[in-house]
Write a protein that binds this ligand. Structure first.
Ligand SMILES: [Cu+2]
Length: 281
């Protein structure tokens, strides 16, 4: 039963993705998508399996309630049952309809708390990135890799290169090595923003004057992953996307050397980055 419900959902989601030509290895929301993006990290895998568990539970409860309603309508309407019973108490059924929901809630609560702590407690991270939300772009720092920082502005529709998704591509991407656990520190310079990356299972508020922390990884596959600001932050809220490029360790080291030169110290002007021109593989 569980797998059937999940399969129906996955099939519908697949129908949605089939309609999109050539989106290849990039991870982004697709037109008519109904399900999650594919998980790129262990955390997102767990979020999806928890979602699937809940989906089965709510489906079963809904079907059960529907059947009860149908049963009552058919069996106990005025015509079928002209002399209704005068029963007001039934201890057995009252105990059951108290205990069973409690058991269901416990079944939900245990994996829910496990998942909550797994996502909240930051494991030993291999590197740190600091993301700052601005109206309306993100800027990034790599405190472990030297003093450089840069801005990531959305690529306007008319400037898109073939393969670059509209409203999601940035002129400078975040670059991280594959198979790495990354700590992300998130803050904002003006208003509330939110750094969200669906394939990683990450969404954290960017609050002015406060440093929030989250983490992602290890990302198993190289590729480009897309997210967006997920807190209403002003008129261009929908135009400050997040693009994370996961590359090999060697490519990352080469990028760091290049980025140090290009984005040295306080130069945060948006420039075209070394790999930014590589369209989504
Ligand atoms: Cu924002």
């Amino acid at each position: 039963m569980m797998t059937i419900a999940v399969r129906i959902f996955r099939f519908l989601a697949l129908l949605g993705t089939l309609a999109v030509p050539g989106a290849a290895m990039a991870q982004l929301a697709k037109p008519w998508q109904t399900d999650f993006q594919d998980a790129a990290t262990p955390l997102m895998e767990q979020i999806i399996s928890f979602h699937n568990l809940l989906l089965v539970i709510i489906t079963l409860i809904s079907i059960f309630v529907l059947l009860l309603l149908v049963w009552v309508i058919i069996k106990f309407n005025e015509r079928a049952n002209p002399n209704p019973s005068r029963t007001t108490h039934n201890t057995t059924i009252e105990v059951l309809w108290t205990v069973i929901p409690v058991v269901i809630l416990v079944v939900i609560a245990i994996p829910s708390f496990k998942l909550l702590y797994y996502s909240d407690v930051i494991p030993k991270a291999d590197m740190t990135i600091k993301a700052t939300g601005n109206q309306w772009y993100w800027s990034y720092e790599y405190p472990d890799h030297g003093k450089f920082s840069y801005d990531a502005n959305m690529v306007a529709t008319e400037d898109l290169k073939p393969g670059q998704p509209r409203l999601l591509e940035t002129d400078n991407r975040i670059v991280v090595p594959v198979g790495t656990v990354v700590r992300v520190q998130v803050t904002a310079s003006d208003v509330l923003h939110s750094w969200a990356m669906p394939a990683f299972g990450v969404k954290v508020d960017a609050v002015p004057g406060r440093l929030n922390e989250t983490w992602f990884g290890p990302v198993a596959k190289e590729g480009v992953y897309y997210g967006q600001c997920s807190e209403l932050c002003g008129s261009r809220h929908g135009f400050m996307p997040i693009a994370v490029e996961v590359v090999s360790k060697e490519k990352f080291d080469a990028w760091v050397i290049e980025a140090k030169k290009e984005f040295a110290s306080d130069d945060t002007g948006a420039k075209t980055r070394m790999f930014a021109q590589n369209e989504t593989k």
